[in-house]
Design a protein around this ligand. Sequence first.
Ligand SMILES: *[C@@H]1O[C@H](CO)[C@@H](O)[C@H](O)[C@H]1NC(C)=O
Ligand SMILES: *[C@@H]1O[C@H](CO)[C@@H](O)[C@H](O)[C@H]1NC(C)=O
Length: 265
Amino acid sequence: MGKPYLGLVALFRVVSSLLCFITSPSASAADVHGGEQPLAKIAIHKTVLALRDSASIFASPSLLGKNDEDTEWITVELVNKDPAEDDWVGVFSPAKFNDSLCYPTLEDSYEESPYICTAPIKYKYANDSNPYYTSTGKTSLTFQLINQRSDFSFALFSGGLSNPKLVAVSNTIVFANPKAPVFPRLAQGKAWDEMTVTWTSGYNIDEAYPFVEWGWKGHAAMRSPAGTLTFNRGSLCGPPARTVGWRHPGYIHTSFLKNLWPNTF
Ligand SMILES: *[C@@H]1O[C@H](CO)[C@@H](O)[C@H](O)[C@H]1NC(C)=O
Ligand SMILES: *[C@@H]1O[C@H](CO)[C@@H](O)[C@H](O)[C@H]1NC(C)=O
């Protein structure tokens, strides 16, 4: 266990120094990434509050993954008495996205602190599936959501991506088992008769003991323990990775299956 685990830690160190190298601390998110990545076009830190009773947004179903699915399509119903072509809907996860999530930075100290400090994980223009939205003020949008350890909420913005005004916030929806282990990845181990299994979950090692149960069909199963890694905001060198771009990566578990036999499943 000892050596491979250290190997992963070393790899992570290299990756995080690369992140530090790529992110220029003096430039803002919009300057560095404008146009490069669709989500980076959103000037989320500039959001102002413009909540209106005449606009509403509702997401359903409220409970996802009832049959252990880790991906689901959901529907968002939108009503807006004052629709515009550049209205858009952002998906937030975790669902709570107001200034209680702000992370203090030097940049904020001389400005009024922003209302939203976390970027949406997805967005669509309100007119995406219905060109009549701007005349009727009603539409419904669909989003595919993947179980990623947190609940979700949806927000309607006016003002386009560059001057967002928060108009309405939806109900919260959640997967039945948000911390479920997901995304198993197989890779070769260090020796010819070793393989690694890596997966992600919402459980740190003080909550659950990660292991892989495996073996030949019809024989007694073996159990291999997994090492667990994660990182936090403080491991990243600056904005936007440490501020609006931050989302907890979950817990990454890796187990080594050893003494495997050739040509067997
Ligand atoms: C929908 O809105 C976007 C953004 O404002 C705009 O570029 C696009 O032309 C609109 N599509 C339709 C069908 O109105
Ligand atoms: C932010 O959200 C939290 C939790 O939902 C709530 O208690 C708090 O009042 C909100 N703050 C503002 C400024 O809306």
